[in-house]
Design a binder for this molecule. Structure first.
Ligand SMILES: Cc1cc2nc3c(=O)[nH]c(=O)nc-3n(C[C@H](O)[C@H](O)[C@H](O)COP(=O)(O)O)c2cc1C
Length: 452
């Protein structure tokens, strides 16, 4: 019998988890976002579960607004450790798991990121990954001497050139360049050193990079952003696409669209993995899972809940929270709010219930059920060509991850679709992705083998 396709699984370990009320759960260390030991604990659970990666989303500023007033000080989305720094420390206390940090192409220079992620790959012995984002808020622009964020098209144009420069810098040194020959006194072979000399619209970068070719050939590149421009960057540079698809048909279309672009760049469809986010709420029975979900929903502070619909309804804090959802008055907000208003009408939601429905998944698909229910939907998405695996988004940490590891993973293993042990030494190797060739080595006609 043919071997079953193996799921690739990451876990997003930002802060205290993704559920808007999760930080108030009794088993969540509420100061954990600034506590290295919290992340050590979470990363070790993920590694013991043999997951492919821990993933840190990030923003370079506090993007959430105090709307309605009093909501921000009740939200846990305010402080977070700088992800590359955090992952460098986690590299020292883990051995196998991939370490992915989000970093912005708008508020960095390519040399900085090429060097930092190259260094992380050496420090972790081949486990670094960069989630390439362009940043989307004015709140971040205000921290970098700007009055507004850069225009969308400019951000993406810069991002494409940024990735060209970073990957170019990562090819500065061919494998084996450092001969360290004490007898002859030659430290490196000058024929294997290459100066990029990039001159483009956004960047002028001479190079070479002051970091040797990295253990994975180059760090893994993750891309999250579903626009046409985002898909093009993914098709050209990414190893993983992280998405927030909710619906199977839409996820299949997205999958086909990104994979369909790979050939243009001389890449095979299996050289890029599509990992949608998935929020699992799992219990031994459906009733238990539902009870866990409801208990979390109860923890959403009404003001924090209202902040999730503020952009669409304006300030509803003067309305009774357990009363009906009012029709949005402001015509500017009306069209976007219509979908939510109709949902509330259809389901008979109060304001509190509408807020809870919107806030719980934070944009990611939530599945509530038994281990078999969750495994079924994961398998279905893979079989239907909508995903190669998932980035698990725990509601609250470490509990949501512990539940997933204890309940869902045994079911996936029983079905033969998730590993018992890491297969390889590097992140890239565990993902089953080929090691990219150094462009200069390739030009000499010397190939490289699969990452081990
Ligand atoms: C699943 C997912 C995760 C994202 N994570 C981040 C993040 O951590 N930090 C960030 O600044 N933007 C993040 N973004 C935003 C994207 O990078 C991008 O700015 C946004 O999706 C708009 O671009 P698009 O029109 O190409 O989707 C994420 C987007 C998606 C879909």
């Amino acid at each position: 019998m043919a071997e079953k396709r193996q799921l690739k699984l990451g876990v997003s370990i930002r802060g205290l988890g993704y559920h808007a009320g999760g930080w108030r759960h009794p088993d969540v260390p509420s100061g954990g976002a600034m506590d290295f030991e919290h992340f050590v604990n979470v990363a070790r659970i993920a590694e013991a579960a043999k997951l492919d990666m821990v993933f840190l989303a990030d923003g370079v500023g506090i993007r959430q607004k105090d709307e309605p007033p009093g909501s921000l000080c009740r939200s846990n989305q305010n402080v977070e450790l700088e992800p590359i720094t955090l992952l460098s420390a986690l590299a020292a206390v883990t051995k196998h798991i991939g370490l992915v940090a989000t970093a912005s192409t708008t508020y960095n220079e390519p040399y900085h990121l090429a060097r930092k992620f190259g260094s992380l790959d050496h420090i972790s012995k081949g486990r670094a990954g960069w989630n390439l984002v362009t940043s989307w808020s004015d709140a971040e622009a205000f921290n970098f001497g700007r009055e507004h964020q850069m225009a969308y098209a400019d951000r993406y144009e810069r991002a494409m050139e940024f990735a060209e420069v970073v990957t170019g810098l990562w090819d500065s040194w061919e494998g084996g360049a450092f001969v360290h020959d004490k007898t002859s006194g030659v430290f490196y072979d000058p024929d294997r050193l290459h100066t990029l000399a990039h001159r483009g619209k956004h960047f002028s970068v001479l190079g070479p990079l002051s970091v040797d070719r990295t253990p994975q050939g180059r760090p893994i590149i993750v891309q999250a952003g579903a626009s046409d421009q985002g898909r093009d960057i993914a098709a050209r540079f990414a190893d993983i696409v992280f998405s927030a698809e909710q619906d199977l048909a839409a996820a299949r279309a997205y999958y086909a669209s990104v994979k369909g672009r790979l050939a243009t760049h001389g890449r095979r469809t299996d050289e890029l993995l599509m990992l949608p986010g998935l929020v699992p709420i799992v219990g031994a029975t459906r009733a238990e899972a539902q009870a866990k979900h409801e208990a979390l929903q109860e923890l959403i502070d009404p003001l924090v809940g209202l902040s999730y619909i503020y952009g669409n309804f304006g300030d509803l804090s003067a309305y009774p929270i357990d009363g009906p959802v009012p029709e949005p008055k402001d015509p500017k907000l009306r069209s976007r709010a219509a979908v939510m208003f109709n949902l509330a009408q259809e389901k008979g939601y109060t304001i509190r219930q509408l807020c809870q429905a919107i806030a719980s998944g934070r944009g990611h698909r939530t599945v509530i059920g038994t281990p078999a229910d969750i495994a079924d939907t994961m398998e279905e998405w893979v079989d239907q060509g909508a995903a190669d695996g998932f980035n698990i988004i725990p509601t609250h940490l470490p509990v949501g991850l512990e539940d997933f590891a204890a309940l869902v993973l045994p079911e996936l293993r029983r079905r033969g679709i998730f590993r018992e042990e890491y297969e390889a030494r590097t992140f890239r190797g565990n993902l089953g992705l080929p090691e990219p060739q150094n462009r200069y080595t390739e030009a000499r006609g010397q190939g490289t083998a699969l990452s081990a």
